[in-house]
Design a protein around this ligand. Structure first.
Ligand code: SF4
Length: 342
């Protein structure tokens, strides 16, 4: 397959930051205004993403987990600049992309693609698969020769486990797993550096999930990809991630490498989440204590003072009700936001 530099656009006009991380997110916030009345006066804010910071290295997979509504998808889409951040900064490939727009943003987007949760909803049912996968190439390279694009797309389809005949078929002719393979081929068409995968297997049967996850891992090596992998299912995230960040009510409460998180979760919310993972071994299942959290997740329109988790935390202390715990490194590469740790 031709992976030549013909698909690369020089983005060196952007401001330089650091060379080491593919992605650096600092103090990112995404708030939505709540308005009222005819004049749509702002009466409050929904703090969907509330001051998160993390990095993602070249070739790494960072899983972002948390319950529905915790802000993980909003964080991902804000990082891809599908929506404007309220504040904070996003550096991608060493360049500040926080406020870019127009043609500059379009160039950067080439290197940042997305795989969606529902492949059927994300694929135009009236377009042949070949055209769906080649659409990004046609958009970015309108003068490219048709036969070159077609043979490249055929190779991509092969690479994701589909036959060349798939090129001339329509999305409804495929199973859910095959449609997700089409979505992945389309995301790869411009040879991105970063793929945001937002719940990419949660709509698939369990038997198909591991096939798609294995494919994504193979493609990561071959295409030198980094993944920001968003999911609510901790087993899925464990399968694919190098590091994992746990989100609660718009905040990152713990982030570390996969082994540390599953062996020694520190944040009480992470401990509760992990206690719900089914254990196949009956002996181990007997020993494992499931932590049942009391109450519901508070509304991001009206988050509690102090630690966002304090209304449900079994270890709550007076300080937790008043002071928001910062995300602190407690051992090498293991950060946690909790007053129990220093
Ligand atoms: Fe629980 Fe306090 Fe830690 Fe929050 S800061 S998780 S309330 S112990």
């Amino acid at each position: 397959m031709n992976q030549s530099n013909t698909l690369r656009i020089n983005t060196s006009t952007l401001t330089k930051s650091t060379e080491t991380n593919l992605l650096e997110v600092k103090n990112l916030k995404k708030y939505y205004p709540i308005t009222s009345g005819l004049l749509r006066k702002e009466i409050g804010q929904v703090k969907a993403v509330d001051d998160i910071s993390f990095t993602l290295k070249d070739g790494e997979t960072l899983g972002l987990v948390g319950e529905s509504g915790c802000g993980k998808s909003t964080a991902g889409r804000t990082i891809l600049r599908l929506m404007d951040p309220t504040s904070g900064s996003i550096h991608f490939q060493g360049k500040d992309i926080t406020k870019i727009s127009g043609g500059t943003l379009r160039k950067v987007r080439q290197d940042m693609q997305m795989v969606f949760q529902d492949p059927y909803a994300s694929l135009n049912p009236k377009m042949m698969v070949g055209h769906l996968v080649s659409e990004p190439i046609r958009n970015y390279y309108p003068n490219r020769k048709e036969n070159e694009t077609r043979s490249e797309v055929m190779e991509l389809l092969n690479r994701v486990g589909l036959s060349e005949e798939a090129y001339y078929k329509y999305p409804h002719e495929f199973s859910g797993g095959q449609r997700q393979r089409i979505g992945i081929a389309r995301a790869l068409a411009l040879r991105p550096k970063l793929i945001l995968a937002d719940e990419p297997v949660s709509a698939l049967d369990v038997s198909v999930q591991s096939q798609v996850l294995n494919l994504m891992q193979d493609l990561q090596q071959e295409f030198k990809l980094s993944y920001l992998f968003i999911a609510h299912n901790l087993s899925v995230v464990k399968h694919i991630s190098d590091r994992i960040g746990v989100m609660y009510l718009g905040r990152l409460v713990e982030i570390t490498d996969k082994k540390s998180l599953y062996r020694e979760p520190l944040h009480p919310y992470t401990q509760a989440l992990l206690s719900t993972i089914p254990v196949p071994d009956p002996q181990a299942r007997f020993k494992k204590e499931r932590i049942i959290l009391q109450g519901d997740v508070p509304s991001p329109e009206n988050p509690p003072l102090g630690c966002a988790f304090h209304l449900r935390c079994p270890y709550v202390k007076p300080v937790c009700e008043q002071i928001k715990p910062p995300l602190k490194e407690v051992s090498s590469g293991h950060q946690v936001a909790c007053h129990l740790y220093g």
